[in-house]
Design a protein around this ligand. Structure first.
Ligand SMILES: C[S@@+](CC[C@H](N)C(=O)[O-])C[C@H]1O[C@@H](n2cnc3c(N)ncnc32)[C@H](O)[C@@H]1O
Length: 189
């Protein structure tokens, strides 16, 4: 569990590519599952021969295999979907050997309070090499801006730009960039 309490995630994760419907058309969701990694690879933000920590990466290892196919070494930390021993092992590893990138795919939008999001963003900052980048993908849900609780999770229904300020508080205003079309906040350490 994270140190700061939040509404728990308690639902199965996506495997492979996740799909969304936009104006009646099915599209790959670029904010979670393999679609998020594909988009980040195509943007050149995830690069071969680097190391990534996927925070809130979920229960499955298909993302790690997908990144390995692109010569990226990936580890997953997820306080709800991975066993404690595995999370502790991963955090110990990145503490002694920081990473080039952090991915946080559709995680900020499931954390229902500011303090817990701050803890999440701080973790991303702390495990990065100087010059490394944290890549925060945000699923805007129904885009109403009204948070919703179900018995499996919270969804903020807010777009990526609404998290810019929180990320900038930790990474510094000059180090944060929004790619709205990609539902992405990029933060440089
Ligand atoms: C929508 S799922 C996305 C899973 C995965 N990143 C993907 O792209 O398919 C949200 C994930 O965030 C994780 N999560 C929730 N709160 C978190 C926190 N405070 N820190 C890290 N991960 C968290 C959940 O356990 C869940 O696996």
């Amino acid at each position: 569990m994270p140190g700061v309490s939040q509404y728990s995630w308690n639902t199965t994760n996506v495997q492979g590519f996740s799909q969304i419907e936009v104006n009646g058309q099915k599209q790959v969701d670029t904010t979670e599952g393999l679609g998020a990694f594909k988009d980040l690879l195509e943007l050149g933000l995830l690069k071969p021969y680097t190391k990534n920590l996927d925070i809130g990466g979920g229960e499955f290892d298909d993302g790690t295999r997908y990144l390995a196919d692109h010569f990226i070494e990936n580890a997953v930390y997820d306080p709800y979907m991975r066993p404690v021993y595995q999370n502790e092992q991963v955090l110990a590893e990145v503490e002694s050997s920081p990473v080039d990138t952090v991915t946080s795919n559709s995680v900020l939008n499931v954390i229902d309070n500011l303090e817990a999001r701050k803890e999440h963003i701080l973790l991303a900052y702390s495990v990065l090499n100087p010059g490394g980048q944290a890549l925060f993908k945000v699923w805007a849900g129904n885009e109403t801006g009204q948070g919703s609780y179900t018995d499996g999770c919270f969804q903020s229904n807010q777009p990526a730009e609404n998290y810019m300020g929180e990320v900038a508080e930790i990474f510094g205003l000059d180090n944060v960039e929004l790619l709205a079309d990609h539902k992405l906040v990029i933060a440089k350490k």
